[in-house]
Design a protein around this ligand. Structure first.
Ligand code: COA
Ligand code: ZN
Length: 306
C-alpha cells in the first residue's frame, strides 16, 4: 500500500467563497501562510471567476501574485472559462482546475451553461492551459448526487472523467459537492475509476454534510485513492448547491491518516493554529469530527502536565 497521502487544502477557495463575513486579501494571505507553516504543500488558493458570481474571490489577481513560498507550495486556482484562464496566466498560475458538473441543472446554476456547453468550455480551457504550460486538472462535480436532479449515474461520471482525460487533464477530482454520498457508492465509483484511469491521476473531494466524509474518505483510500481535497476546520459549502455543508476537515483526514500508517507531512498543532485564525477571520466556530477529542486531550494534558 502506498503510504503517502497528499492533501490539497481548499479552504482558501471552497471554504472562503461561501462566507458572509468579508475576509481581506491580507488576512487570506495570513491564513495561507499559517497553512504553509502547518506543512500543507498543495493549496487551492482562489478562483478566477466572475466577481459578480462570487464576490469573495474578487481579489484573486492580487492574492495570487502575493502567495507565500511559491517554490515550496503547489498553488492552484479554479477557473470557469478561458477568460479565467487568461487571468490565471497573467498571475503566473502553474496549475488550474476546471469544474464540470455531472448534471444539466447544476451546470446551469453554477456556471450558466448546459452540460454540453460546460464540457466544451472545460475542454477548451484544459487545452488552452496545456498550451500555456499550465497543469490542468478537472473537477467532476456532483458526482454522486445533484441537489436539483438527484442520484447521478456512475457511468455518466466515468464518461465525463474520460472526456477530461482525453482533453489532456493531468488529474480528475471526483467531487461529492453536496456531501450526499455514502461509502458503498464511493467505494464502487472509485474502484471503477481507479481500474480504468489509475489511482495516481485521481483524487477525491468530499463534503461532510451528513457526517460521512471520513467514512467516504476511507472507502476511497481502500479503492487506492491517495490524494484528497480537504478544508481546514471543515470550512466550506457551495453557494450554488443548496444544502452543501463544509468540506471534509483537514484535521480529520490528518488524524485518520496518522492512525492508519499513512503520512501527510502535516503538523496537527500548527494546523490547529491555522484553524483558530480561520475562526477569527470568519467569525464562526470551525472544526471537524476530531475537534471535541482534541479538546479533551488538551484538558487532560493541562491537568496532568503530560
Ligand atoms: N473572470 C472575471 N469575470 C468574468 C469571467 C472570469 N473568469 N468570466 C466572465 N466574466 C464576466 C464577464 O466579463 C461579464 O462581465 P460584465 O457583466 O461586466 O460584462 C460577466 O462576468 C458575465 O459574463 P458571461 O460570459 O455573460 O457569463 P455568465 O454571466 O453566464 O457567468 C461565469 C458565467 C462562468 C463567468 C459565472 O457563472 C462564474 O464565474 N461562475 C463561477 C461559479 C463558482 O465559482 N462556483 C463555485 C466553484 S464550483
Ligand atoms: Zn466543494
Amino acid at each position: 500500500m502506498n503510504d503517502v497521502l497528499t492533501i490539497n487544502e481548499v479552504g482558501p477557495r471552497d471554504g472562503l467563497q461561501n462566507q458572509r463575513v468579508a475576509v481581506s486579501c491580507d488576512d487570506k494571505l495570513r491564513l495561507i501562510q499559517a497553512l504553509v507553516d502547518a506543512g500543507l504543500r498543495a493549496i487551492e488558493a482562489t478562483s478566477f471567476v466572475s466577481p459578480k458570481a462570487v464576490p469573495q474571490m474578487a481579489d484573486a489577481d492580487e492574492l495570487f501574485v502575493r502567495l507565500p513560498e511559491p517554490d515550496r507550495v503547489a498553488y492552484s486556482a479554479l477557473v470557469p472559462n478561458v477568460r479565467g484562464l487568461q487571468r490565471a496566466q497573467a498571475c503566473q498560475v502553474r496549475e488550474i482546475a476546471v469544474v464540470l458538473s455531472a448534471t444539466e441543472t447544476m451546470n446551469q446554476r453554477n456556471i450558466n451553461m448546459s452540460l454540453d456547453q460546460a464540457t466544451e468550455v472545460c475542454i477548451q480551457t484544459v487545452r488552452g492551459a496545456i498550451e500555456a504550460g499550465i497543469r490542468a486538472k478537472a473537477y467532476v462535480a456532483v458526482a454522486f448526487e445533484c441537489p436539483f436532479e438527484g442520484a447521478v449515474s456512475p457511468d455518466r461520471v466515468l464518461a465525463l472523467t474520460r472526456a477530461m482525460f482525453a482533453a489532456g487533464a493531468a488529474e480528475v477530482v471526483i467531487a461529492d459537492t453536496i456531501g450526499a454520498a455514502a461509502p458503498r457508492a464511493v467505494s464502487s465509483l472509485m474502484r471503477h475509476a481507479t481500474a480504468e484511469f489509475g489511482a495516481a491521476r485521481l483524487s477525491a473531494h468530499l463534503h461532510d454534510t451528513r457526517g460521512f466524509a471520513l467514512a467516504n474518505a476511507w472507502a476511497a483510500i481502500e479503492a487506492g485513492i491517495r490524494k484528497f481535497d480537504t478544508s481546514l476546520g471543515g470550512l466550506g459549502g457551495c453557494p450554488f448547491a443548496p444544502g452543501a455543508a463544509g468540506n471534509l476537515a483537514t484535521e480529520d483526514l490528518v488524524q485518520l491518516a496518522a492512525q492508519s500508517g499513512l503520512s501527510t507531512g502535516i503538523d496537527m498543532a500548527a494546523l490547529r493554529s491555522a484553524i483558530a485564525l480561520a475562526q477569527t477571520l470568519t467569525q464562526r466556530p470551525l472544526g471537524g469530527r476530531i475537534t471535541a477529542w482534541l479538546g479533551i486531550q488538551d484538558t487532560y494534558r493541562a491537568r496532568t502536565g503530560q
